[in-house]
Design a protein. Structure first.
Length: 84
């Protein structure tokens, strides 16, 4: 998102892992490596994928790798939980 910039401390440090995994994926950047890892994942803020928190909703989908693995434990504990 817009806070994922040097001036904003990479969203207070929250985006450092994402930026390390996908160095060319930023607003206006080339997200080829992200898109190759998560084809079909269409979310507003890609750095929230695999950021250590289960974001849910559009991020907790098969296309987005269950939020890059962040929602795996939640989905195991609550397999019937569905939120639109």
């Amino acid at each position: 998102g817009e806070y994922n910039s040097e001036e904003c401390g990479w969203d207070g440090g929250d985006c450092i892992d994402f930026n390390t995994k996908y160095p060319d994926c930023y607003i206006g950047g080339d997200c080829a490596s992200f898109n190759a890892t998560f084809p079909g994942c269409r979310v507003d803020i890609p750095p929230w994928i695999a950021d250590g928190e289960c974001t849910g909703r559009a991020y907790n989908t098969e296309e987005c790798g269950w939020d890059g693995g962040d929602c795996t434990e939640f989905n195991t504990k609550y397999p019937d939980c569905r939120v639109d």
